[in-house]
Design a protein around this ligand. Structure first.
Ligand SMILES: N[C@@H](CCC(=O)N[C@@H](CS)C(=O)NCC(=O)O)C(=O)O
Length: 213
C-alpha cells in the first residue's frame, strides 16, 4: 500500500501538532524521524526550506506547513470534531500563537542567545499569552474555544508544553490552574503518548515505520 511519507522530529512542536492530527484521523503514514542537523536529501529535495514536518502524498503533493498538514488530516477524517468550533476564533488563536507567542517562547528558551533582556523578561512576555489562555479555558470549560477541544487546543498545546518545560518548577508553581490541568490532561492522554513514541533516525535501508501504530 502506498502511504504518504511524513518527515518528522519527535520534540518539535510543529511536528507534534502534525502528528496529533494525523493520529486523530487514523490515516496511516510512513514516519521518517529526522535529525535537524543532518536532514535527509530526499526531504530537502521535496521541501528545500528544510523545516519539519513535511508530508509527501502518493500523488506527489508536498505539504510542508504544520497547519496545512493538520487540515489535510482533518479533511480525511474529523470524527472528534476538531473543526466544529468557531473557525475565526480557532484561526486567530493559532495566528497569535505562531506569530507572537512563539517568538517570545524562543527567546525565553534560548535567553542566552538574546542577552539584551533577562530570561524573566522573556518569560513575562510569554505569560501575557498564558493569562489569555487561562481566561479562555475558564470560560469555555477546559477548551480554548466553546464546544469542546478543537484544532486550536491541539495546535497550541505542544507550544505550551515547550514553554512549561523550560522551567517546570516555575510553571508548576505559577498561578495558571486551568492551563496547568489542560496541559497535564493532554500529556497523560493516549493521543499525546501515542505521538511521542521514540524512533531511531530514518535510514533508507530500515524497515518501514507505520504511524499511527
Ligand atoms: N512554519 C513551519 C515551522 C516549522 C519549524 O520551524 N520546524 C523547526 C523544528 S521545531 C525546523 O524544522 N527548523 C529547521 C532547523 O532547525 O533546521 C510549520 O508550521 O511547519
Amino acid at each position: 500500500m502506498n502511504r504518504p511519507i511524513l518527515y518528522s522530529f519527535r520534540r518539535c512542536p510543529y511536528a507534534i501538532r502534525g502528528r496529533l492530527a494525523i493520529a486523530q484521523s487514523g490515516v496511516e503514514v510512513e514516519l521518517r524521524e529526522i535529525v535537524l542537523r543532518d536532514k535527509p536529501e530526499h526531504m530537502l529535495d521535496i521541501s528545500p526550506k528544510g523545516t519539519v514536518p513535511v508530508l509527501l502524498l502518493p500523488d506527489g503533493t508536498v505539504i510542508d506547513e504544520s497547519l496545512d498538514i493538520m487540515h489535510w488530516a482533518l479533511a480525511q477524517n474529523d470524527s472528534d470534531n476538531w473543526l466544529e468550533a468557531d473557525r475565526n476564533q480557532i484561526d486567530q488563536l493559532i495566528k497569535e500563537n505562531d506569530h507572537e507567542f512563539k517568538c517570545w517562547l524562543d527567546k525565553y528558551k534560548y535567553s542566552d542567545r538574546h542577552p539584551e533582556h533577562s530570561q524573566t523578561y522573556y518569560r513575562n512576555k510569554c505569560e501575557l499569552w498564558l493569562v489569555q489562555l487561562e481566561e479562555l479555558l475558564n470560560q469555555n470549560r477546559e477548551s480554548l474555544v466553546a464546544g469542546g477541544k478543537s484544532l486550536a487546543d491541539y495546535a497550541l498545546l505542544p507550544f505550551i508544553r515547550q514553554f512549561a518545560h523550560v522551567d517546570l518548577d516555575w510553571f508548576n508553581a505559577a498561578d495558571f490552574p486551568h492551563v496547568q490541568s489542560w496541559l497535564s490532561d493532554f500529556k497523560e492522554s493516549d493521543l499525546f503518548l501515542g505521538v511521542m513514541k521514540k524512533y531511531k533516525p530514518w535510514k533508507e535501508s530500515q524497515e518501514l515505520i507505520v504511524f499511527p501504530e
